[in-house]
Design a protein around this ligand. Structure first.
Ligand code: ACO
Length: 333
């Protein structure tokens, strides 16, 4: 079988307008800017206000990616949305985006792989293209964690922000594949360390569930230990699959969950600061949207120069994690 190569066409992003700083959080929590920024690198985050939600930000990021490509909504064949806290379970966020961008012929659906959602979406999307099933695919990651956080739990609520990112991939026009390697992974035995349930209410004719609705819970220490072990392995594995070494890579675009985790990866790869894309100070952890937001912002600001090669990597609830080695084409926006 002849697999079709994939071109990364454009990257979009959107975040709410409302900024909440670490100092703002001291009004509702026993915390401090010093604790949060020293332990995590976060200084502020964008937070959904009023009726704003992950569908809205997903649509905005999708439109940004469409505007930066030379495609129209009608050219899109498939929309895959990664979200762990969608506004609606159904209709899916993908269907709402399909309507908003006029992608009339596109199939549309949502997936959940928490913070690794965009890498899972990329794997599904590139497999569709490789198999010759669809030509132009819009991948969107959108999360509004702020609605599901326990705002009394200072160990978790200070870490997250809201936002959306989008990537358009297409069947490559020149035969070159921009996805040089990609691996995604999962370990359900670690699932209990980051959770968010949707219990709902049982039928009134049966016993009510005793589980109750939970907000996001996280055992930060266990997540940290797991990630510092698995993430470098995943990246090294990916580099090997791409037949490349760290020195061949121009940029690391990591999931923005904790600056210390990012610095650990940087040290392992022996990268200088300018090769590592960090924006956790401004956005906090925006879950699945984290990697595409970092990529979109760094391309826009010129911090990432093209053509270049980048490692993308993410991890989160599941536990799920993954890495990709990608080509960023000249003038990619
Ligand atoms: N402000 C002030 N003090 C705090 C805060 C806060 N916001 N949060 C916790 N503390 C206190 C704790 O109560 C504890 O106090 P104690 O020693 O008196 O008991 C102390 O600070 C140390 O707490 P730890 O939890 O041990 O802090 P740690 O150094 O482990 O850092 C952190 C916590 C930042 C969460 C870290 O463990 C981490 O980043 N883990 C990884 C999280 C992650 O990457 N998640 C990604 C996935 S998210 C997803 O997929 C949905």
């Amino acid at each position: 079988m002849n697999y079709k190569p994939v071109q990364i066409r454009s990257i979009g992003m959107a975040v709410p307008e409302t900024v909440i700083t670490n100092d703002d959080l001291t009004k509702i929590l026993d915390t401090s800017d010093e604790w949060i920024s020293t332990r995590t690198g976060i200084k502020q985050r964008f937070i959904a206000n009023g009726d704003e939600n992950s569908t809205l930000f997903g649509i905005q990021a999708a439109k940004d990616a469409i505007n930066k490509s030379n495609l129209q909504g009608a050219d899109i064949d498939a929309i895959i949305v990664a979200s762990s806290n969608p506004y609606n379970i159904y209709p899916s966020t993908g269907c709402a985006i399909q309507e908003a961008i006029g992608a009339k012929k596109a199939i549309a659906f949502d997936i959940t792989a928490a913070c690794t959602g965009m890498l899972y979406a990329l794997e599904i999307g590139r497999s569709f293209i490789a198999a010759g099933k669809y030509k132009n695919i819009l991948l969107v990651a959108s999360d509004t964690n702020s609605k599901f956080l326990d705002w009394n739990d200072r160990a978790s609520c200070v870490l997250f922000g809201d936002g959306a990112g989008a990537i358009i991939i297409s069947e490559s026009e020149d035969g070159k594949d921009d996805i040089l390697a990609l691996n995604i992974n999962a370990d359900g035995t670690m699932g209990r360390h980051i959770t968010m349930n949707l219990v709902g209410d049982n039928c009134p004719l049966v016993k009510p569930s005793e589980l109750g609705q939970q907000k996001i819970t996280m055992n930060g220490k266990e997540v940290y230990k797991f990630v510092v072990q698995t993430m470098p392995e995943s990246i090294m594995h990916c580099l090997k699959d791409a037949n490349l070494e760290p020195k061949d890579i121009d940029y690391l675009v990591p999931h923005q969950a904790n600056l210390r985790i990012i610095e650990g990866l940087q040290n392992r790869l022996e990268f200088d600061d300018e090769k590592v894309i960090v924006n956790i100070d401004k956005y906090g952890n925006t879950s699945a949207a984290s990697v595409p937001i970092a990529l979109a912002e760094a391309l826009e600001s010129g911090k990432i120069k093209t053509p270049s090669k980048a490692i993308l990597c993410a991890f989160g609830a599941g536990m799920a994690w993954g890495s990709a080695v990608v080509n960023l084409r000249e003038n990619l926006k």
